[in-house]
Design a protein around this ligand. Structure first.
Ligand SMILES: C/C(=C\CNc1ncnc2c1ncn2[C@@H]1O[C@H](COP(=O)(O)O)[C@@H](O)[C@H]1O)CO
Length: 163
């Protein structure tokens, strides 16, 4: 498989009771839009050794991955989507009609696709993403993650799943 461009993130519709959960959501959001890599760059020319020295340094490289997620503005979902959106990548939220009043409060970011039910939501998330990552969450996150793992096991998709 080539470079991933669209990553589906499953995560809690609540923020949880530990800061580490929201930190993880913010961190993943930032990592999707950029990555810090180590690079070698020309630093000095040493005449005695008749050659160039290279010095380890680092710089920021844009990763610009797009996000597919559950479409909510609440909890960890809201944090990840806002972070990726603020980082300049495309955000696609997929949410069933019945969950709009529950999982969206205030404004959502990016594109919102309203589907008829949970099954269609998961199928669309699976179809539109190149890889899946699960963050902390509740039963819903667990269910979504397990479904992607079992679909992989059954050969329904061959995309990486990470948690
Ligand atoms: C397929 C059906 C029920 C199976 N349950 C769920 N399937 C898919 N997604 C779900 C389910 N229950 C909740 N969710 C969503 O997960 C997200 C995170 O929830 P969490 O509990 O806070 O981790 C959230 O968007 C939920 O909507 C019905 O036929």
């Amino acid at each position: 498989m080539g470079k991933f461009t669209r990553v589906c993130v499953f995560c809690g519709s609540k923020s949880g009771n530990k800061k580490i959960f929201s930190d993880a959501a913010l961190d993943l959001g930032r990592q999707l839009v950029s990555i810090l890599i180590l690079a070698l760059f020309l630093s000095t020319f040493d005449q005695n050794l008749e050659g160039f020295f290279y010095e380890e340094g680092n710089y920021q490289v844009e990763r610009k991955m797009d996000l597919v997620y559950g479409g909510g503005s609440v909890g960890l979902m809201g944090l990840v989507s806002q972070t990726v959106y603020d980082g300049g990548s495309h955000v696609l939220g997929i949410i069933p009609t019945a969950l709009v009043p529950i999982e969206i409060s205030g404004e959502t970011v990016g594109e919102v696709l309203i589907v008829s039910d949970m099954h269609e939501r998961k199928a669309e998330m699976a179809r539109r993403a190149d890889a899946f990552i699960a963050l902390p969450g509740g039963y819903g996150t667990f269910e979504e993650l397990l479904e992607m793992i079992t679909w992989s096991q059954l050969g329904i998709h061959n995309k990486p799943v990470s948690y």
